[in-house]
Ligand binder design. Sequence first.
Ligand code: CDP
Length: 201
Amino acid sequence: MSFTVAIDGPAAAGKGTISKAIAFDFGFAHLDTGLLYRAVGALVAEGKDPILAARELKPSDLERGGLRTMGAGQAASRVAAIPEVRAALVDFQRSFARKEGGAVLDGRDIGTVICPQAEVKLFVTASPEVRAHRRWLEVGGDEAEVLAQVKERDRRDSDRATAPLIPADDATIIDTSFMSIDDAVAKASALIREAIRKMNN
Ligand code: CDP
């Protein structure tokens, strides 16, 4: 049986943490799709052509160091605006989504483009200030600079022509600005249990 949970949202909204918790609790496979774009961005920084880098991406490219830095996030959002880069990564994500036993994918366009038929769609968000504060706790440095980078990436991800960051019409919005991670996971879990119950009826 396949069962797909699509979790989209802007940087540092909590989608990664929620996705990992859901995957663990329900025994689903998890794909952090941002890592695909981060890896392409890193290959481009080494001089590779972005479209070729996406077409030839290997599992080992996702394990390289330094993919979680703010700089890698910016590089990712630049290559993510190239339609051919996105197109090259579609099949891999779709086949992951249909894995036997269920899958959770987190990203920006999972519910809108990659898996519009996902059984559960969540859009996890929070105010830019709250998200920047969370990212700053992880990466350190100057918090105002982290906020500026978060806003710049939000703008680039939301304004691009191909697969912009927007909630699917039928996505449930979870605003984590004033919500603990446990409460957000509980809300997501309840929606998933409900969808499984409906599917089995
Ligand atoms: O962890 P964080 O939310 O900061 O970023 P990420 O999910 O690793 O994504 C890094 C960048 O990749 C984003 O800013 C997007 O530009 C791009 N991305 C995308 O376009 N589509 C996805 N499905 C996932 C990420």
